[in-house]
Design a protein around this ligand. Structure first.
Ligand code: ADP
Ligand code: ADP
Length: 228
């Protein structure tokens, strides 16, 4: 069975905008799928639904026998927002451990797991820093660490590299591939406007079209970015 499946998923907003129309999708464990398409084609809407942050108007989404909402509460699916939304008055450590705090994880466990994910993103020495003291790339790393702390089976990222300069983008991409290397079963979905990113980083590309807000084409990438 696929890790994630969408069956006839549509989303109409209250104002009548149909943002996603009849999407069918099956994603296997360990796939890295990029979503490309023009602004307004429904990528964010689709990702929010998969992350359990808004339900479809029609159709069903299944993540290993769970609804997205259940999966989100259990930490099975994590979402990295486009702008690395961090709590401005909280330290890196507090930002990263927030999901565990909300789920009632004991403090010792929270700190151990924070150590692990901060190490993964190279921010172990920045536990006490505040978001405003960090560069854009570092904020995105904190945001990724926060998403990884629950050990998600499915990681969703909405344009994780979009706002970064070229060097930062490159090193963050390398880090993500390294993280993925350590946990090859983690499934990753990300949105990008960059065709090179889609081709080099993913095993499959889903191309969305503005009208009528659906997946117009899926492309298997035969030779993914050399890993290891
Ligand atoms: P992007 O092009 O980067 O995806 P958008 O400008 O489409 O960003 O959307 C930014 C935010 O505004 C999203 O969270 C989206 O839900 C919200 N939004 C977009 N269009 C509308 C709308 N017509 N009415 C209400 N909210 C909207
Ligand atoms: P993308 O992420 O590909 O830019 P979105 O999912 O943000 O696309 O938006 C898809 C369509 O839905 C757009 O027409 C957008 O204006 C509209 N939309 C997004 N969020 C809302 C919202 N909260 N209310 C109404 N319309 C929205």
């Amino acid at each position: 069975a696929p890790l994630l499946s969408l069956r006839n998923v549509s989303k109409a907003y209250g104002n009548g905008t149909v943002a996603v129309r009849n999407v069918n999708l099956a994603i296997r464990e360990g796939e890295i799928v990029s979503f490309v398409g023009p602004s307004g084609c429904g990528k964010s809407t689709l990702f929010r639904m998969i992350a359990g942050l808004g339900s479809p108007s029609e159709g069903t989404i299944d993540i290993l026998g769970r609804t997205p909402e259940q999966s989100r509460r259990e930490g099975g699916v994590s979402y990295v927002f486009q702008d690395a939304t961090l709590m401005p008055w909280s330290s890196v450590l507090d930002n990263v451990t927030l999901p565990l705090k909300l789920s009632g994880t004991a403090k010792r466990d929270r700190l151990e797991r924070a150590d692990r994910v901060l190490e993964l993103v190279g921010l172990k020495d920045y536990r006490k820093a505040l978001p405003r003291q960090l560069s854009g790339g570092m904020k995105m790393r904190v945001s990724i660490a926060r998403a990884l702390i629950s050990n998600p089976k499915l990681l969703l990222m909405d344009e994780p590299f979009g706002a970064l300069d070229e060097m930062t983008r490159q090193s963050l991409q390398d880090e993500l591939l390294a993280i993925r290397e350590k946990d090859p079963r983690m499934t990753i979905l990300f949105v990008t406007h960059n065709v090179f990113e889609a081709v080099f980083l993913s095993t499959r590309i889903a191309v969305m079209s503005v009208r009528p807000g659906r997946i117009a084409k899926e492309i298997e990438v035969d030779v993914p970015y050399p890993r290891g």
